[in-house]
Ligand binder design. Sequence first.
Ligand code: CO
Length: 495
Amino acid sequence: MTNNKQQTTKLYNEKDWQKGYRSLTNEYDYGIDEIEGEIPPQLQGTLFRNGPGLFAIHGTEIRHPFDGDGMISAITFKEGSAHFRNRFVRTEAFVQEQQAGKMLYRGVFGTQKPGGWLNNIFDLRLKNIANTNIIYWGGKLLALWEAAEPYRLAPDTLETLGIDYLDGLLSPGDSFAAHPWIDPSSALDDGEPCLVNFSIKPGLSSKIIIYEFAPTGKLLRHHSQIIPGFAFIHDFAITEHYCIFLQNPVSYNPLPFIFGLQGAGQCLKLQPQQSTRIVIIPRDCQSQESMKVIETKAGFVFHHANAFEQGDKIYLDSICYASLPELEPGAKYQEPNFAALEPGQLWRFTLNLPEETATPELIESRCCEFPITHPDYVGRPYRYLFMGAAAQETGNAPLQGILKLDLKSGKRWLHCFAPEGYVGEPIFVPRPGSKEEDDGWILVLVFDSRHLRSDLIILDGRNFEAPPVARLHLKHHIPYGLHGSWTSEFEFSTL
Ligand code: CO
């Protein structure tokens, strides 16, 4: 830590940051005509984003943005022009609440129906809000929320088609995680790509089910493992031969939820005196190799950057928090005390499989989140990592820039949008025909708090600190979102 004044200067403003958490009630459909710079003509395809779009339901405020109804944004690029469209996912609960003219459901992260605990007690229904991620795979566009089934949408109009049970794989009430990975060349499938995802059934012991799908959407294999203890697992990592899960030491006491006082997600508590369990499951269900569990120090992880195998070691890169990021009781999510919270930081865990040991090493101490890589390097040795990062070097702060890390040389480049810009998750799109790992574009939505609108920024992966290749001004803001994906497969017919 350092007291260097320049490094600790606060470059954000809470009041400006808060403005990104306003509902976007309109649904738009337009060609983007306010563009600085030029959209590379080779950039062709669609960027899909998901995140909360409504922060109040008929006048009742939600208590946490994770409880907000999912809204999809799609930006399609074709021959140097771009088209924007956004639609709410019309989940059953969203439609019911719109028709009823009032809030009908509690939220997992603390949203309570009006009327106090008496109106919430014993209401244990989950509201599937489909707000966390969106993927295009096997000809289907799916909005994901980890505690329930995916919703399918029409890729061209974003019209909601309904719950998708993945050709009968899922049953009503099943869950499907919001963090699938695409293995670019699956060793079990003659080098064809495949989609790997999981679902978890937590309890006194927890069941992890791993699913792998062919590019057609057909299920290739699925298998399950039981791990002892309660597990809250948001994301995982893959390598060529393994799936890796972090079982953070959390306990779950559902009584405040059952009695109508808190959301289910608020009943999780980190147990810092216990260790984190790293669960390593072979992807090949025919394999003779069994699951391994390696313990390491406590901490909390939402997101993994990547993982890869080398010899008898696995390297796992993850964003770790020293404590579970949570609001103080009664605090509003729009008014967090940024400086009092622990920052997310990038750690590398070296897992020695024969010795069953884990060695953690801090790679990046700057506050960061939403890590991404070149898609061809998922699960493979890799060099470059891109992620949302704070403008200031130390302490916790909102994400205002994108950090590029060269894991080989240790070099770092920060493309910063402070003081007025606030960023979400970046996406890396390789330049067609490129050979270098960082040769591509980084696409990121930046909330411009001065003009109260969002820009889609295109950065050059190799010339990272140069002015953006293009800055596309949207006609409105997009509330801070969660995750999204890129597909070059699909083009809107309207362009
Ligand atoms: Co996530």
